[in-house]
Structure formats: C-alpha cells, structure tokens
Design a binder for this molecule. Structure first.
Ligand code: PMP
Length: 359
C-alpha cells in the first residue's frame, strides 16, 4: 500500500506549496456577524417559486444553460449594459479567479490594495503570479498617487480595486477611478463592487469607454444568496470575450440561475432590505462611536471596522455569548481591529450590549 500521502506533497506545483488555505469561521453561533452576509432569508415568494420549479421536475438531470442567457439579459437591463458586457460566475470569487487565470502568466504582477479582500492575493499566488500590495493610507483610504505610481512602476497585467473596500469600508471616488483608468491603460482595472448596493455609486457605466475596465458584483451580500454562490462582472466586451475562454462551461447551476433571476424581480423588497441595513449601519456606527477606547471607521458597506486602543479578547467574549465577528488581531495593518457585519436591529442591539459590557 502507498498511503503515506507523500506523493501529492511531492508533486504539487511550487505555487501551491506555499499557499496557506483560506479558513472560514466554523464555530457555533447564535448571531453571525463575521462574513458580511445578509441577515434576511429568502422571501416566501421566491421559496414557493423554487419549490414549484423543483416539483414540476426542474430538469436537474440536464446541464444548465452555459451562458446563463436569461440572467445575463436581466443583469444587462439592470446595469444599463448589453448581455455581451456580462459574465456570470459561481460567486464573485470565481470571477476574481477567472480574471487572474485569463490574464496573468507565471511571474507576472498583480497590483492590489492592502488591507483588502484576501482572494486577490491568494488567487495570484495560486496561478504563480506576483502580488504587489499597495498600502492604503493611515485612515485606510486609497492613496491615488501611490496607487497609480505603483501600477506605473510594476506594469501589472491586472490591478484590483475594492470599492467599498473590505474590511475597511472605505471608498475611492469616481473621479479618482477615472484617473486610474486613463493613466493606466495597459493594465486591466478590476473594480470589485461586492458592496455596491450599500454604497450606491458605480463605475460600471464606463465599461464601454475604457477597454481595460471590468466591474465585479455579487449576489452574496445585498441579495442574500451567499449560499448559492452567484457573482457577475460587467466589463468591456473584449474583456468578457477573454474571460469566457477561461470559464468552465457550466459554472452556474440551473437553480442558481433561476433564483438569481427571481431575486432581481423583487425590486421593492430588495430596496427595503438595503434601506434597513443602511439605517442599522448608521445606528451601529453612532452607538460604537459613543464608546470610549475604540476608534470606528466610517463605512459605505454592510459592515463596520473598529479598533480597540488596547489589546482586548473581544472576539473571545463575543464568542462566549454566541456572537461571531471577524477579528484581525495580530495582523500587521489591522492590529486590534474587528469587523462587524450590520445585522438586524435585534442582532445589533445584542452585539452592542455585549460590547458595552466588555468596554
Ligand atoms: N469581493 C469582496 C470584496 C468580498 O468581500 C467578497 C466576499 N466576502 C467577495 C468578493 C466574494 O463574494 P462571493 O464569492 O460570495 O460573490
């Protein structure tokens, strides 16, 4: 028998050898405020329609539409674009991966902000690329000149911009994005708008003006479908054509395509859910600001970053009460920082009560 597990360790690609796998929080919880998910479950209307679809066969024995035509048409109308500007994926995670897979050869550079969403770096490393991490300023805002000069210095194939930025909630202004697009014409500028619905500003309307622009979106946040893994991008037609070549043919399941289309039809309900989160964000922000010993960062997304002025076992206390938040304790740029997702009013109140007791 050869069961020592030695062979895989030996044969793995060099790029994979150095990877530390992404670890999601799997603790038990009562209130989950650690992953920027929506606190609202699927509406009864959509659940009924999905049940009817499954009861009337659903044809799950057949592969899904490889181009997700119906969904792409809907997304195109919603985004004032054409279906040829849209590509859908199994979460925007898959879109990030596709961008790197399609554009970045071994040893080539990818520029990204730091601190930011970890998948830009992880995927770059998996494909053998070289991440170039460009620091945000002390208040975690984008430093436009530094970002542009880094792109000019390193000539990356791709530069990611996360707007609003996860985990800081900070944003880059539209005019600054346009400056980047104009100044860095030889780099694909991938603007990750995972939290667009809470921010309300986009650069997606510019995809036909700049052939280096692609904008990433997700159904995991405002649309509350994190469990179904649905993301999309809006980009210049030429970028979408290239990404399509790297896309697995059946990357979005039939069920995911159907539920995403149904959710888009629930316009009023979606607006109300977003409004509710925005009100709760303001409430949470104001309440956190009242507390001594913590610095709160203004956020345009559905989460808030805050920093304690001394080391406290905040996440331990919260966990003990069944509340999960994301801790960045020990990380170089986010030491003593915590990110809390904006939940329902009850969830936020319970979280605040525990925080107040500790601080
Ligand atoms: N981009 C950003 C900035 C995110 O925060 C996340 C999720 N945390 C994603 C992309 C990935 O989202 P999903 O794959 O669920 O669409």
């Amino acid at each position: 028998m050869n069961n020592s597990g030695h062979i895989a360790k030996q044969l793995q690609r060099d790029a994979i050898r150095q990877i530390v796998p992404y670890k999601a929080n799997k603790q038990n919880y009562k209130i989950k405020l650690d992953a920027n998910e929506s606190p609202f479950s699927l509406s009864e209307g959509v659940r009924k329609k999905v049940s009817e679809y499954l009861l009337s066969d659903g044809k799950l024995n057949l592969y899904p539409d490889s181009d997700s035509d119906i969904l792409r048409k809907k997304l195109a109308i919603k985004s004032n674009a054409n279906p040829e500007n849209i590509l859908v994926g199994a979460g925007s995670d898959q879109i990030i991966e596709l961008i790197i897979k399609a554009f970045v050869d071994k040893g080539e550079r990818v520029v990204m902000p730091i601190p930011s969403f970890s998948m830009y770096k992880l995927d770059t490393l998996v494909y053998g690329g070289q991440p170039v991490e460009v620091s945000l300023d002390k208040e975690y805002r984008y430093d436009l000149d530094f970002f542009i000069s880094s792109i000019k210095k390193y000539s990356p194939k791709v530069a990611f911009i996360c707007n609003p930025n996860n985990p800081t909630g900070t944003v880059i202004e539209r005019k600054d994005l346009i400056t980047i697009l104009q100044e860095c014409k030889d780099t694909i500028i991938a603007v990750d708008e995972a939290y667009y619905e809470y921010f309300g500003e986009t650069i997606a309307d510019k995809v036909n003006d700049f052939d280096n622009l692609v904008v990433l979106r997700t159904f995991s946040k405002a649309y509350g479908l994190a469990g179904l893994r649905i993301g999309y991008c809006i980009g210049h037609k030429s970028i979408i054509e290239v990404l399509n070549k790297a896309k697995p043919p059946y990357n979005l399941s039939s069920l995911a395509q159907i539920v995403a289309s149904l959710i888009l039809d629930e316009e009023q309900a979606n607006k109300e859910k977003i409004k509710n989160i925005l009100e709760q964000r303001e409430y949470l922000y104001n309440e956190l600001k009242k507390l001594k010993g913590i610095k709160v960062f203004e956020s345009k997304a559905n989460f808030i970053l805050f920093k304690t002025d001394k080391e406290i076992e905040l996440d331990g206390f919260l966990q003990h009460k069944g509340i999960l938040v994301r801790s960045f304790k020990g990380s170089a740029l986010l030491d003593n920082c915590y990110r809390v997702t904006v939940g329902t009013k009850d969830q936020n109140q319970e979280f605040l009560q525990v925080i107040k007791d500790i601080i």
